[in-house]
Design a protein. Structure first.
Length: 301
């Protein structure tokens, strides 16, 4: 996501609503612990899969290997991968881009969504209006822009995923993405886990909030969600809690600085919907932290 997209007016809105949100009662259960070595390894791998969605060559060459010309996905490039479906969809809510790939080395089917690149994407991000999502759970409400964006590609992707699952029944299905892509991955997985009863792991990086408390609690109840944040990244603070948005739990809060590869001691696992023990508790939200997740995740732009 280009840093120029963060306007002064928008940053002021975030700071004001963050201060307002401090008066909101927080849940009681806030547990922090160091991440396990196994979880750190997986977070690192899927950050690379998310990074690869920024590379144009992975969006228009279905049937080829997933690669990163910027050199920021070495583990993905070392694996035996094949792109099964690549997409770049235009619509009212801007471009929605990504790819579906099979990884025979790690026995994975990965659906990766790209983060924001265009002003139209950012307009979608700024739409804080809720849509009902009763098909997910009672009283669930979702971010209208993210929900509509997912549904521009959901039918086509569902068909391709089913083909991949049939061809590779022993492969794990993973949805991943950074920024806007993280939001779409989270909502898409929630819907397909509900309607299709598919087992899907979700690895999201720098995701904005995607819905209300009821949705956050529902997504948390589904399990297998790895929501990574980085230091004081501004994007996970949006849309603000003051207008009813909440994050699912747990949070994997990366505390190492930009340019530093995190160790297990640098990633805190924080449980509790709405916890401020991690990113949400940082005093000064910053745009620069948004690009660094185990590397420069959007370097391929």
């Amino acid at each position: 996501m280009p840093l120029m997209m963060f306007s002064i007016r928008y940053t002021c809105l975030v700071l004001v609503t963050t201060l307002v949100a401090l008066g909101v009662a927080a849940p009681m259960r806030h547990v922090a612990r160091d991440v396990s070595t196994a979880a750190l390894t997986q977070l690192d791998l899927f950050a690379e899969y998310s990074a690869a969605a920024y590379c144009t060559g992975n969006l228009n060459t279905t049937g080829t290997k997933v690669v990163c010309p910027a050199g920021n996905c070495p583990q993905v490039e070392a694996a035996d991968t094949t792109s099964l479906k690549e997409f770049l969809a235009d619509g009212q809510y801007g471009e929605l881009a990504g790819y579906l790939a099979a990884d025979s080395t790690n026995k994975l089917i990965v659906l990766s969504f790209r983060g924001s690149r265009s002003p139209a994407n950012w307009i979608a991000n700024l739409d804080f209006i809720f849509d009902d999502a009763d098909e997910l759970c009672a009283d669930c409400k979702v971010h209208g822009g993210f929900w509509k964006a997912w549904h521009t590609v959901s039918d086509a992707l569902k068909a391709e995923i089913q083909k991949a699952r049939t061809a590779h029944p022993d492969y794990k299905l993973v949805f991943t993405g950074h920024s806007l892509g993280a939001a779409i991955a989270t909502l898409g997985a929630a819907e397909l886990r509900t309607t299709e009863k598919w087992a899907i792991d979700v690895y999201s990086y720098g995701s904005p909030r995607v819905g209300n408390l009821e949705l956050a609690e529902y997504i948390t109840s589904l399990g297998a969600i790895y929501r990574a944040t980085h230091t004081n990244d501004i994007v996970p603070r949006l849309p603000p809690e003051a207008v009813g948005y909440r994050h699912p739990s747990p949070e994997y809060w990366i505390t190492s600085a930009n340019g530093v590869e995190p160790t297990t001691a640098d990633v805190k696992v924080i449980e509790g919907v709405g916890s401020r023990k991690g990113n949400a508790g940082e005093a000064s939200p910053d745009a620069s932290a948004h690009s660094w997740y185990f590397g420069d995740i959007s370097e391929c732009q």
